[in-house]
Design a protein around this ligand. Sequence first.
Ligand SMILES: NC(=O)c1ccc[n+]([C@@H]2O[C@H](COP(=O)([O-])OP(=O)(O)OC[C@H]3O[C@@H](n4cnc5c(N)ncnc54)[C@H](O)[C@@H]3O)[C@@H](O)[C@H]2O)c1
Length: 254
Amino acid sequence: MGRLQGKIALVTGGASVPGLGSATAHRFAQEGAVVYVTDRDAAGAEKVAAAIRDAGGQAVGLSHDVTSEADWDQVMATIDKDHGRIDILVNNAGIAVLRPIAELTTEDWKLQNDVNLNSVYYGTRRAVAAMRKVGKGGSIINISSVAGLFGVPACGAYAASKGGVRIFSKAIALETARDLIRINTVHPGMILTNMQDVAQEDNAANYDATVALVPMGFMGEPDDIANMNLFLASDEAKYITGAEFVVDGGMTAQ
Ligand SMILES: NC(=O)c1ccc[n+]([C@@H]2O[C@H](COP(=O)([O-])OP(=O)(O)OC[C@H]3O[C@@H](n4cnc5c(N)ncnc54)[C@H](O)[C@@H]3O)[C@@H](O)[C@H]2O)c1
């Protein structure tokens, strides 16, 4: 029996390949979950869902801009109509606006926080309500970053959004602990995805120096994060809430 057999999961930002959302969706489906793969790139989300189905899993691709409350309502209503419950939410969708403070515009700041932080509030609020209605608990995994734990130059807006995700998750975890709704954050270090390509272009000056900070000396793979998400989503993590998990090749140990 799979580690997520029979569970209903939603993974946002799942279109990117290689990406943390698509890797997570594949791992969840391999372990028996029905996975809703959503993204503002609807065609990409459906492509990932189709690949999961081709591999023998159960997945649905949906259009979903995580900054839109109307989209959140629609996605949650679809899952409720199909299954009457949601067991797992991974708030994974994100962007990285990496600019020094002198170059950072107010527009950048608002966009960064809207996509990475406000979205986590929209999703968590709705998932908590849906999980409470069923009364059987659940697991919410909010993807933060090592940049939500320590300072990185040219990273102010991104760091603020990811630090916000971390402490928001702890606060709500305390509110939902008695409901057995577990809320945890995952803090990836440098993982090889499409986002890293963009980060490299935007911030070439700091890029090599940042990789040099990884004690293991290389970047991680999307499955390194997907496997952590899988553990937190599963009942193996039933006594874990309000906690933060780094997957970073040792970066934060320094
Ligand atoms: N890759 C890393 O090294 C790394 C490190 C730390 C944290 N993270 C975090 O992990 C998460 C996933 O990152 P990734 O590396 O897979 O990035 P990625 O760019 O490869 O994928 C991100 C996905 O989010 C989607 N997305 C962006 N804005 C959206 C919106 N408004 N609505 C819906 N979908 C939207 C994109 O279309 C894309 O499919 C992000 O939250 C990111 O901040 C990544």
